[in-house]
Design a protein around this ligand. Structure first.
Ligand SMILES: [Zn+2]
Length: 187
């Protein structure tokens, strides 16, 4: 069985996770969570939190699915924007595309995260979805806050993303700011 806290596999008869020590039985976990506040009470059907590398892979998939076609379209519409030496015209097109890119990624990220899928295509493929800290679907407004907080996470030398690897509920800075969790579906 898989540990609901760290996601690692354990023997079927194990009572505690050999990797992180969490109780594997949901009833035991709830009891310990109540007593100590240490473990979260994840909803049924959830295997755990989306870990760092799983989320990196989801981001790479989104970049391939959305980012690459977008870059190709931009290069086709305004040739010269990827040149080393930008002409004034290409520099202006580059600036406009930067704004368009932010709008498209915002619409994609906030739209998908607040949709019934609660995930971008990359997260869907990686078996993850986003909720608020109570496990409910987030609104477009909250998803918008999360998206712009994610830009902040990226600007802080990616430290905001790295926090996923070190926080108990695997929250990046943007998750903490927006009050969101990334959950991993039980297979
Ligand atoms: Zn564990």
């Amino acid at each position: 069985m898989f540990c609901s806290q760290c996601g690692k596999e354990n023997a079927a008869e194990a009572r505690f996770c050999v990797h992180c020590g969490a109780p594997l039985d949901p009833e035991d976990l709830r009891a310990v969570a109540r007593e100590t506040g240490h473990y979260s009470d994840l909803p049924a059907g959830v295997a755990g939190y989306g870990g760092f590398w799983r989320r990196v892979l989801a981001a790479i998939l989104d970049a391939l699915i959305i980012g690459v076609p977008l870059a190709l379209v931009q290069g086709a519409i305004t040739p010269g924007i990827y040149d080393e030496q930008l002409t004034a015209e290409a520099a202006r097109a580059d600036l406009i595309w930067s704004v368009v890119n932010i709008l498209i990624w915002w619409g994609y990220s906030a739209g998908m995260h607040s949709s019934v899928y609660q995930a971008t295509l990359g997260k869907m493929i990686m078996g993850m979805y986003v909720t608020d800290t109570a496990g409910a679907r987030i609104s477009f407004a909250r998803a918008t806050g999360r998206y712009f907080a994610e830009i902040l996470s990226a600007m802080l030398l990616l430290i905001g993303y790295l926090m996923v690897a070190f926080t108990r509920r695997k929250q990046g800075l943007h998750d903490i700011i927006a009050g969101t969790l990334v959950l991993r579906r039980a297979r």
